[in-house]
Write a protein that binds this ligand. Structure first.
Ligand SMILES: Nc1ncnc2c1ncn2[C@@H]1O[C@H](COP(=O)(O)OP(=O)(O)OP(=O)(O)O)[C@@H](O)[C@H]1O
Length: 474
């Protein structure tokens, strides 16, 4: 029976979740604070932690660090309330599996837990590729790795991205993909592999953040039976598994200094020696690495080896943020709607006009992953054919989560083309929606005005004035 720990300071919500998950067949533990959670984590072999991003005695980042220090294989799912989604995104960068927004939907949370547990302990994914010659620009391309499809997009940023992918793919050059969390770096890596001469050879994706320090050498280079306690059989390392093909080192900035040294040696010599073996194995592999942190800064700060950095970064590709991809946003949205319809057996047709406009002007700090989650939840909750604002998370309506006019270069060229300046249109946009936003915030805050003002990012006095202005009675 899988063990789940819920960390949540809202006592009734925590106990309700516990009852629900127990009924679903999990062994469930609960903690109302970080301190209590630490004791349980030390005593029990927990498989998955479901935690609030903010606790009275600690925050999500510290909780995640603590859990991953105990065992990197424990999956962590964050629950975000009205707090800024950016906090969740930051915690995800550090290795959380996913986040779900409150109020929690039972189907959604079960689905996410299920996926996290299936993924659990998976440091690497090995794909023995088969031919894929699909190159159509607009149709989703079948991606053998994820078993789903992906969108290329037509915006300038997307075109540039795919130009780089096409140029670098046929070579053997090492590629470093740089980009914020959720921008699709893993998909880019796989696309490079599929367009390379190695397309019919293995593709091994390694999550460097999930490798326990002590096991890193054995994970990368393999081991022979009996070489250390627990080495009950021979193990082929990721380098050997990728021989002839491509190895993708995700979150490469998370590797410890010791492992960086070993990795550099393997890359320079193109040879690996399994732990406990005296025989070296020649390996012919293409390296693609990805990072969402500033590796140059890590080099300057002495956390990442400069020689390894240069070896990985023979060519760099910047994964564009979703809010830089202009009207592609709608193509991605339709793709995620179709994906969610299939997964959840629903039949949502698209976005309402108001949501379309919001999507084009929202900041999307969690990029494609955030959009996928927002849409999945909306599809689940939608009662109409089109996704309406009422099924979207409140934080999407906060004015400070909308793009400033000068940030939305691609959108500016497309959606602000009717003679009105971008800034004016933005104002129009916000006033048109203001009353609705206030009503949504009040509902989310259970009509607590202080909380509603916080959600809206305005002070209480301004909220009172707006309530009068729109004749909203409480
Ligand atoms: N081109 C695309 N078309 C459709 N879906 C995509 C595309 N690229 C990425 N996705 C989806 O977006 C989500 C995030 O993508 P991915 O995991 O590749 O991002 P990432 O940049 O590697 O994230 P992280 O830095 O957090 O590891 C996934 O669900 C993925 O399937």
């Amino acid at each position: 029976m899988k063990k789940i720990l819920i960390i949540e300071d809202d006592v009734s919500f925590c106990l309700m979740m516990k009852t629900f998950l127990t009924k679903k067949g999990f062994e469930v533990f609960h903690a109302f604070s970080f301190k209590e959670a630490a004791i349980i984590l030390n005593d029990e072999k927990i498989d998955l932690v479901l935690t609030d991003v903010r606790l009275p005695d600690n925050d999500g980042i510290e909780i995640l660090k603590f859990i991953k220090d105990i065992n990197p294989a424990i999956q962590v799912i964050l629950m975000t309330g009205y707090t800024d989604i950016k906090t969740a995104v930051n915690v995800m960068k550090m290795g959380a599996f996913d986040y779900v927004s409150k109020p929690i939907n039972s189907d959604e949370i079960l689905h996410t837990i299920d996926k996290a547990l299936k993924d659990s302990g998976k440091i690497a994914t090995v794909v023995h590729s088969e031919k894929n010659t699909e190159t159509n620009e607009t149709r989703p391309v079948k991606n053998a790795y994820t078993g789903s499809h992906f969108i290329k997009g037509k915006s300038e940023k997307s075109k540039q991205l795919h130009e780089f992918i096409n140029v670098v793919a046929p070579t053997n050059i090492s590629v470093l993909i740089i980009g914020d969390s959720g921008t699709g770096k893993e998909n880019i890596a796989y696309s490079i592999h599929k367009l390379s001469k190695r397309q019919n050879m293995p593709y091994v994706a390694v999550d460097c953040g999930a490798i326990p320090k002590d096991l890193a050498a054995s994970e990368f280079f393999g081991h022979v039976k009996g070489s250390f306690t627990g080495a009950t059989g021979d193990k082929v390392g990721h380098f050997e598994a990728a021989n002839g093909g491509t190895i993708f080192l995700d979150e490469v900035g998370n590797l410890t200094y010791d492992v960086q040294v070993q990795l550099l040696r393997a890359l320079q010599e193109r040879k690996v020696k399994p732990v406990g073996s005296s025989k070296e194995v020649n390996v012919d592999i293409r390296i693609i690495a990805a990072t969402n942190e500033d590796l140059q800064k890590a080099v300057r700060d002495g956390h990442f080896r400069e020689d390894l950095y240069h070896r990985l970064n023979e060519f760099s590709i910047q994964a564009p943020r979703l809010n830089e991809r202009g009207k592609d946003i709608l193509e991605f949205a339709n793709f995620f709607i179709a994906q969610s319809n299939e997964e959840l057996e629903r039949d949502v047709h698209g976005l309402s006009d108001e949501v379309t406009e919001l999507f084009l002007n929202y900041e999307w700090p969690g990029n494609l992953r955030e959009m996928r989650n927002v849409i999945k939840r909306a599809v689940l909750l939608s009662k109409s054919d089109f996704i309406e604002t009422s099924v979207l998370p409140a934080e999407m309506f906060q004015p400070n989560n909308l793009l400033k006019s000068n940030e939305t270069d691609e959108n500016a060229a497309t959606s602000f083309s009717n003679g009105i300046s971008a800034e004016e249109e933005m104002k129009l946009y916000s006033s048109k929606n203001e009353e609705h936003l206030i009503r949504v915030a009040l509902e989310k805050a259970k009509y607590n005005k202080t909380k509603a003002a916080q959600i809206l990012g305005i002070d209480r006095k301004t909220l009172y004035n707006k309530l009068k202005l729109y004749d909203i009675e409480l």
